[in-house]
Design a protein around this ligand. Structure first.
Ligand SMILES: CC(C)(COP(=O)(O)OP(=O)(O)OC[C@H]1O[C@@H](n2cnc3c(N)ncnc32)[C@H](O)[C@@H]1OP(=O)(O)O)[C@@H](O)C(=O)NCCC(=O)NCCS
Length: 189
C-alpha cells in the first residue's frame, strides 16, 4: 500500500516531519503543562529521538503521527496520527490514535479536526477494522477529543499501563474504541 505521507483538513496540513520542526516540538515537549499526564517533560535530545522514532514508524508502516501545520500561519503546532501500539495489553494488537498540541493552540478545535482526518485515513485508506485511543484517567481534555470524534468508552476496557511503575499515579488508563461500522454511522449522523 502507498504510504500516507500527507493529509489535509480544512485548517491544517498534516505532513512529514522536517528538521526545522525540532525547536517548536522540543519546546512543546518540555512544557510541564503539555506533559502533565506523562511521566515527565522531555529534554531536547528526547524530543529529537522521538521524531526519529516517528519517522521510523512511517518508514515501517506507511502511516504515523503527522506533523501539524496551520494553513493560516504556517506554524508547526504539534502532532496527530495513528500508531501501532507498542506494548502488550488485553486490547492489542491494535492501532491507536493520538495527539499532542502546543498550549497556544488549544481550545481552537485543531486536535479534533486533525483526529477526524486521521480516523478517516485509518478506515478509508488503511481499511482498519478498529482504532483505539487511551490516556491517563485524569486527562479529561484528551478524553473529550476521543468523544468528539465518536469513540466509545467501556470502563471494563480500562487498564494499567505496563510501562508505568505499579504505584505511579498515572498508571490507570481509560481505553476508547471506534469500529469501522461505528465510524461509518457517524458519517450519517
Ligand atoms: C489533548 C489536547 C490535544 C486537546 O486539545 P484541545 O484544544 O482541548 O482540543 P481541540 O483542539 O479538539 O479543541 C477543542 C476545544 O476547542 C473549542 N473550539 C473552538 N473552536 C472550535 C472549532 N472550530 N471546532 C471545534 N472546537 C472548537 C471547543 O469548544 C473545545 O473547547 P472546550 O475544551 O473548552 O470544550 C491538548 O490538551 C494537549 O495537547 N494536551 C497535552 C498532550 C496530551 O495529553 N495528549 C493526549 C495524551 S493521550
Amino acid at each position: 500500500m502507498e504510504p500516507i505521507l500527507e493529509l489535509q483538513s480544512a485548517r491544517l496540513l498534516m505532513r512529514q516531519w522536517q528538521d526545522e520542526d525540532l525547536p517548536a516540538f522540543a519546546a512543546m515537549c518540555a512544557d510541564p503543562q503539555v506533559m502533565r499526564y506523562f511521566p515527565a517533560p522531555l529534554t531536547r535530545l528526547e524530543s529529537a529521538a522521538l521524531i526519529g522514532r516517528v519517522r521510523g514508524h512511517f518508514a515501517e508502516h506507511g502511516f504515523g503521527l503527522w506533523a501539524l501545520e496551520r494553513k493560516d500561519t504556517g506554524e508547526f503546532i504539534g502532532f496527530t496520527g495513528l500508531g501501532v501500539v507498542g506494548f502488550d495489553a488485553p486490547f492489542t494488537p491494535a492501532v491507536e490514535i493520538g495527539w499532542r498540541l502546543a498550549k497556544e493552540h488549544w481550545g481552537l478545535g485543531y486536535a479534533s479536526e486533525a483526529a477526524w482526518t486521521a480516523l478517516r485515513a485509518g478506515f478509508d485508506q488503511l481499511k482498519l477494522e478498529e482504532i483505539v485511543s487511551f490516556t491517563a484517567g485524569q486527562n479529561a481534555q484528551s478524553e473529550k477529543v476521543m468523544q468528539a470524534i465518536g469513540m466509545h468508552h467501556d470502563p471494563q476496557d480500562d487498564f494499567d499501563h505496563p510501562r508505568l511503575a505499579l504505584d505511579h499515579p498515572l498508571r490507570r488508563h481509560v481505553l476508547y474504541r471506534i469500529s469501522r461500522e461505528q465510524w461509518l454511522q457517524t458519517l450519517h449522523e
